[in-house]
Design a protein around this ligand. Structure first.
Ligand code: AP5
Length: 217
């Protein structure tokens, strides 16, 4: 099964994608993670993307579709994938159609996480993660059980925050979502594959709602 998780920054796309990856063996395809890896590796793509990402703007369709296309050529995507953060523009939605058709794949669902935008600023500005294993935390909602130690891998004082998780940038990311990403929903609604879940519910409930949709198929 191949799905898109759609929702504004902080809606919980990454959180839910990583749960589905663990529980169902699906592969999480996060264009944000791919771009951050390119920035960390100092590649040409990474150099071009860094300033754009730090400002909370969208990286060019050409760059993002290029990295996604390469990723879709890896054999593990045959287990089923979760697109997290792609497509984000009308042009990306159309490119995805062409890409999937050319690789003999199809989309089963677009699951929209419906959220209250004001709560998202709080969610994003408070989050941090373990630099070693990627486990996510939050200043108020999910602190490590032992101060400074990662619950999952035991790394000590290895926590990091994303440079684009500051309030002004988060607000710009939300504007970008409203202006460029939300308008792609009708394209998928016309195909009858959009399903909605309440993204303001506790993480486990959101997860259960998504599982119900996937199990119904
Ligand atoms: P990207 O990495 O995709 O970031 P994003 O879309 O802004 O989404 P986030 O990762 O911030 O949020 P999320 O929805 O995954 O929420 P999360 O699960 O972490 O993109 C970053 C940048 O890269 C973009 O701004 C752009 O520049 C570029 N980019 C990427 N893809 C691109 C593309 N296709 N085209 C162009 N540019 C692109 O949750 C957030 C927090 O909330 C966590 O602390 C979590 O624990 C908590 N939380 C989650 N769910 C719940 C819940 N139900 N209740 C309470 N807390 C919750």
């Amino acid at each position: 099964m191949n799905i898109i998780l759609l929702g504004p920054p902080g809606a919980g796309k990454g959180t839910q994608a990583s749960r589905l990856e663990k529980e169902r063996g699906m592969v999480q395809l996060s264009t944000g993670d791919m771009l951050r890896a390119a920035v960390a590796a100092g590649t040409e793509v990474g150099k071009k993307a860094k300033t754009v990402m730090d400002a909370g703007d969208l990286v060019s369709d050409e760059i993002v579709t290029g990295i996604l296309s390469e990723r879709l050529d890896q054999p593990d995507v045959e287990q089923g994938f979760i697109l997290d953060g792609y497509p984000r523009t009308d042009a990306q939605a159309r490119s995805l159609e062409e890409l999937l058709a050319s690789k003999g794949m199809k989309l089963d669902y677009v699951i929209e996480l419906v959220v209250d935008e004001e709560a998202l600023v709080d969610r994003i500005t408070g989050r941090f993660s373990c630099a070693k294993c990627g486990e996510g935390y939050h200043d108020r909602y999910k602190l490590p059980k032992i101060d400074m130690i990662c619950d999952r891998c035991g790394a000590e004082d290895q926590f990091k925050r994303r440079p684009d998780d500051v309030e002004e940038t988060v607000r710009n990311r939300l504007c970008e979502y409203r202006a460029k990403t939300a308008p792609i929903l009708p394209f998928y609604e016309a195909k009858g594959i959009v399903r909605r879940v309440d993204g303001m519910a506790p993480i486990v409930h959101v997860n259960a709602d998504i599982e119900t949709i996937l199990d119904r198929r």
